[in-house]
Design a binder for this molecule. Structure first.
Ligand SMILES: [Zn+2]
Length: 406
């Protein structure tokens, strides 16, 4: 169980040269009176310390709320004389750099919380939440805190990626600059034209390689803004362009490709099934189509794997192979190439045991459908005449091999 003293030390910015004198809890706020304890002050002008107290005064500043209650600190601080003869400052006020900035109305820790809220929520919504939490800050104050944060100026990256970037897709585009060695966004520019990129490159000399898309705008920007840099087309755009070119090219040979991949009697790959000999030609075609489909699935899977190994994201892969993202996820989750699904013949499965018999009778020249139906009923077939009829119709459409014609 912490003592009251420890509790106070945690709740108030004590331990930074401040001692608690008094706490008063009012209806809308808590007021803590704190007193500076340092034996002397240091002149901010010349850095000389002084023990000569000129006067005492009180600063009122806001601190973090307690349980939703606003907290005010009455800071009792001093003014000191500077005794350094050469110093132009005669009197200086006591500084508490770890608690509050000179002239500030809020403690440093309160400002840092407000600044976080401002970054997360912005001005107006931030101000509403701030009030609910027991703090006070106008929307303008919150925005000022955001603007006051200094972003450390980084040296220009050695390898810079330049690409267009959507502030709002389909509406407003800008340019994103990425340090490709450290995988860090360096800047976002308001347009996707050459000018802002030129200005940025001129202000940030030292870029050795510019990686860009293949459109002329960024090429020109790099040539003007960083003439010393080597320009490269990035991998994503090279592959994208290659894919597009291939598609355009292959599209022209579409009829020939279709014929080559034809599902006719030319089968793709070895036929694995031992029962293949039993298949009638239309079943053989279905089998070939299924194999064809499977081959293209395997190829797709391998493309995705290769791209994945090359470091592409799922989104990139989806765009490159022309699949949806869920499909890419499903393929990549597979341990190996997808397995082939057998052609669906479930509808005819009930007939399968009788098919060789029907084929044989058909080859013998029997075309009487109801008779064939009755014959296989005697052999044990218990299903519809329609199934038999469909099968016979397909047989009828097959060209008859001369050798078996009766
Ligand atoms: Zn001084």
């Amino acid at each position: 169980m912490p003592s009251t003293r420890t509790l106070a030390t945690n709740l108030l910015p004590l331990g930074h040269g401040l001692r608690l004198r008094d706490v008063s809890i009012g209806p809308d706020q808590i007021v803590a009176t704190l007193e500076a304890t340092a034996p002397r002050g240091t002149c901010p002008r010349c850095g000389t310390w002084s023990e000569a107290v000129h006067s005492r005064y009180q600063r009122t500043i806001a601190d973090l709320p307690w349980g939703g209650q606003a907290v005010r600190l009455h800071l009792r601080v001093r003014k000191f004389y500077c005794r350094q003869p050469a110093c132009t400052r005669r009197v200086f006020t006591e500084r508490l750099p770890r608690v509050v900035a000179p002239y500030a109305r809020r403690t440093a820790r309160l400002e840092s919380v407000l600044s976080l809220l401002a970054f997360a929520l912005g001005g107006e919504p931030g101000a509403r939440i701030v009030q609910r939490l027991g703090m006070t800050a106008s929307p303008a104050t919150l925005l000022r805190l955001v603007r006051r944060v200094t972003i450390l100026e980084q040296p220009a990256p050695r390898v810079l990626g330049v690409d267009d970037w959507a502030f709002r897709k389909g509406h407003r585009y800008g340019t994103i600059l990425v340090d490709l060695e450290h995988h860090r966004i360096v800047d976002v520019l308001p347009a996707r034209s050459a000018e802002p990129v030129v200005a940025w490159l001129e202000a940030h000399p030292g870029v050795e390689v510019v990686s860009r898309d293949r459109a002329p705008a960024y090429a020109e920007a790099a040539r003007k803004g960083a003439p010393q840099a080597v320009q490269v087309a990035d991998r994503w755009h090279v592959i994208q362009n290659l894919v597009e070119a291939l598609e355009r090219c292959l599209l022209r040979f579409r009829p020939a490709l279709k014929a080559a991949a034809g599902i006719g009697d030319s089968l793709v790959g070895p036929l694995p099934s031992p029962s293949e000999a039993d298949l009638v030609p239309w079943q053989r075609r279905a089998e070939a189509a299924s194999q064809q489909k499977h081959a293209s699935k395997v190829e797709r899977y391998q493309q995705m794997r290769t791209l994945r190994d090359a470091g592409f994201t799922v989104l990139d892969i989806a765009q490159l192979v022309g699949a949806t993202r869920p499909t890419v996820y499903r393929y990549l989750a597979l341990g190996g190439p997808p397995e082939r699904q057998r052609p669906r013949r479930s509808k005819h499965r009930v007939l399968a045991p009788y098919e060789p018999y029907l084929v044989q009778r058909w080859a013998e020249g029997c075309r009487n459908r109801s008779r064939l139906f009755r014959e296989i009923r005697l052999l044990g077939y218990q299903h519809s005449a329609r199934t038999v009829s469909l099968f016979l119709k397909r047989l009828d459409n097959e060209p008859q091999p001369a050798s078996t014609a009766a």
